[in-house]
Write a protein that binds this ligand. Structure first.
Ligand code: GUN
Ligand code: ZN
Length: 444
């Protein structure tokens, strides 16, 4: 097991030598068995990739730079988690018949504990450590309805230079005391938090209506107005996850064409709008996603755990809207991107309209790195190790367990190697997580 997160400073320019995984613009995987990654600070002091490729070709250019040689290791982009709930860290593994009883019996009571800012601060610290231990370097995260929960999480992320986007949850109805907020105050709080945090260091703000059934039309309208006034702020919510939830949303908003269309009717669909789940869609919904530039956070461990259904990859690709992978902790069962990628493989395999062999390991990995970054509007910024990207990366040990060592040694191709890691891997594979100049992890 990994102990407490430890940070160590590196120099201003540095070269790493190891196997190197990254992605081309078309999403295909690029792999150098003997690779070189050069990183250095830009004018603002932010660490960026200067060069990435084959050691033999690039090493002469960096003859004077200090080198960290990592034989037997793989450097890969830090993972991007498109949808996770930091206050649900301690809700993982709470079984329920489905989404709505799970919210009522476990999630809302637990989130009410964040009325106490000290509790929120303690969970925020643990949560950020857990992301880093699992190799996640960018996350779009729900907080709770309590503004202090946003302050706690932003503060923890800023301290470790994590790229993190979060927002105060908006839920002014159909929610118990302790989590229900007040319409007008919730919008004032949101605006104040945007001004306090959005664009500070590596932090971003997301306007966060929990889901249509727990917001009044007035709150959704106000959220849409804020989204119009702050076009570079993200929007996050849930949609079309569960059949009972869909029935409820349709009853509450009978004039909207569909559950998804409720968000469009209130100005909440645009680029940088991220909707978790997107399972029970028709083609009009898919077209609405594509035409507005909204994207899906595919959350397979959550969908399997809560029995919600299967994201239709073929439908999304046929119509052409964006998506990427997400843990959705605590409906989701794991912080580990390896577990999420494996669950996505199962979902792709099971999906009604998907024929044959599900998703390739390269596609799964892309969906949790460069693809997720692109869906968040952060393509070329994070999720990849091409020159110019922010230098967030993981050092993976493909021999982290006896079985992994045995299996990965027999891999005859990149696909076989990545598949073995996805199927057998977890936090033990992540030897270090490197963000900016800091190195996290105690297995190094
Ligand atoms: N829908 C509304 N709130 C939630 C939540 O916290 N988790 C999931 N999975 N779905 C939701
Ligand atoms: Zn969620």
């Amino acid at each position: 097991m990994c102990g407490a997160v430890a940070a160590a400073k590196l120099g201003p320019m540095h070269v790493y030598r190891s196997a190197l995984l990254r992605f081309a613009d078309d999403g295909s995987a690029l792999y150098d068995e003997d690779g070189l990654l050069a990183v250095g600070a830009d004018a603002e002091g932010r660490q960026r990739v200067l060069a990435a490729g084959a050691w033999q070709a690039l090493a002469p250019r960096y003859a004077d730079a200090p080198v960290t040689h990592l034989p037997g290791r793989i450097i890969a982009p830090g993972f991007v988690d498109m949808h996770i709930h930091f206050p649900q860290t301690d809700v993982i593994g709470s079984p329920a018949e489905g989404l709505l009883p799970w919210l009522e019996n476990y999630t809302f009571p637990h989130e009410s504990r964040f009325t106490d800012p000290a509790y929120g601060a303690q969970v925020a610290g643990f949560f950020v450590d857990e992301l880093l231990r699992n190799g996640v370097t960018t996350a779009l995260t729900f907080a709770t309805s309590h503004p202090a929960s946003v302050d706690a999480l932003m503060g923890e992320a800023q301290h470790r230079q994590l790229r993190l986007i979060t927002g105060k949850v908006l839920q002014d109805r159909h929610s118990p005391d302790g989590v229900r907020d007040q319409t007008e105050q919730s919008l004032l709080d949101t605006e104040a938090l945007i001004r306090r945090w959005h664009g500070v260091d590596r932090l971003g703000y997301a306007i966060t209506p929990r889901f249509a059934p727990t917001s009044t039309p007035e709150q959704l309208r106000g959220a849409g107005e804020l989204a119009a006034r702050h076009p570079d702020v993200w929007i996050q919510s849930h949609v079309a996850e569960n059949l009972d939830e869909i029935r409820w949303a349709r009853e509450l908003f009978p004039t909207s064409r569909s559950y998804l269309a409720v968000y469009d009717d209130f100005g909440l669909m645009r680029e940088r709008a991220v909707y978790a789940h997107c399972i029970h869609f028709d083609d009009d919904d898919r077209v609405l996603m594509r035409d507005t530039g909204a994207v899906a956070a595919v959350s397979p461990t959550s969908n399997l755990f809560l029995g919600s259904g299967f994201f239709d990859y073929a439908g999304a690709d046929r119509v052409g809207f964006g998506y990427g992978l997400a843990s959705d902790v605590g409906g989701g069962t794991s912080f580990s991107p390896f577990h999420t990628m494996l669950a996505a493989y199962y979902v792709g395999r099971e999906g009604r309209s998907k024929q044959g062999l599900s998703l390739s390991p390269e596609q799964l990995w892309w969906q949790h790195t460069a693809g997720a970054a692109q869906a968040l509007g952060l393509g070329g910024v994070v999720g990849n190790l091409q020159p110019g990207c922010e230098a967030d990366f993981v050092v993976l040990n493909p021999a982290a367990t006896p079985l992994l060592a045995r299996r990965t040694q027999q891999a005859g191709s990149l696909a076989e190697l990545l598949f073995a890691l996805i199927v057998l891997g977890d936090d033990r594979v992540v030897e270090q997580t490197v963000i900016s100049q800091a190195k996290y992890g105690s297995r190094a």
